[in-house]
Ligand binder design. Sequence first.
Ligand code: SAM
Length: 297
Amino acid sequence: MTLWKDPKWYDAKERIEQLDDHIHRTGQARFGLKTYVNNEKLEAVIRHFNRVAQKYDFMNSLLSFGIHHVWKRKAVRLLALKDDDWVLDVCGGTGDLARLAASRIGPKGKVVIYDINRAMMAVGRQKVAGSPLSKSIFWMQGNAEDVTFADNSFDAAMVGFGIRNLTHMKKGFQEMHRILKPGGKFLCLEFSKPTHPVFRMVYDFYSFNIMPMLGKLIVGSAESYACLSETIRMFPLPDELSAMLRNIGFHRVDYHRMTNGIAVAHVGLKVQSNGLLQNTNQNKSENGHGVVTGSVK
Ligand SMILES: C[S@@+](CC[C@H](N)C(=O)[O-])C[C@H]1O[C@@H](n2cnc3c(N)ncnc32)[C@H](O)[C@@H]1O
């Protein structure tokens, strides 16, 4: 069953069309195979994750042969989290990155998962229910483009395979930068373009034939998984993403390719306006982080 015969990696001009400026100008935003009037994209994304939520984890493991766990472990390690850290997991979904982070911050640290989709978080909550990590993980429903936490609240902010889905990706990154304390660490784990042409051919065939077929069989939707492959091919390449992050204000931006570049982890730091780093632990009040506002459910 061939659904999409001619997989396409979008060129630089087309990739720019997925960015905030173009979307503001045209009022239109793409989500994979479809174009939406920009405010309607969010609803389409919510519907998409409502459709896949129950099988999301299973499909991730099946489609990546379990490798997504390795990517996530490596990525969270790059954050070099410390005891007592507060971490925001933007687009945290079913909580894989959050669980890894929670296991590295000691019993007094906290991870807040901030996701628009209740169904995804409900699956995640079941996964951690009864585990000691559940005491460190908090779940909050909200739009990553408008995070309800105060400026300079978190020691680390991470987003895994989620930023591609935002209508205004740059706004999402700006929010992550805003809520970080000076010295706070940033991580973005996303899919990208494999570097080896032969590997890329195999990957393209797999993405547009096998993945949609498995999506149809297991989730009942081939389009959901073809949509995933399309969004990946429109996403900024690693150097473009680095430039965007520096432009937003992140320092020491760097990236690490994994599995021939199928996944890429970008890291960065927020610094004070005078360019200095700050020991983030000095910010904490005696009973934790008095600076955080917003309701954590
Ligand atoms: C592909 S899943 C990634 C989940 C998890 N981070 C992981 O690595 O497995 C993308 C998540 O982003 C969430 N999401 C999409 N758009 C969002 C938005 N505007 N604000 C917050 N969450 C959003 C979806 O609900 C979904 O749970």
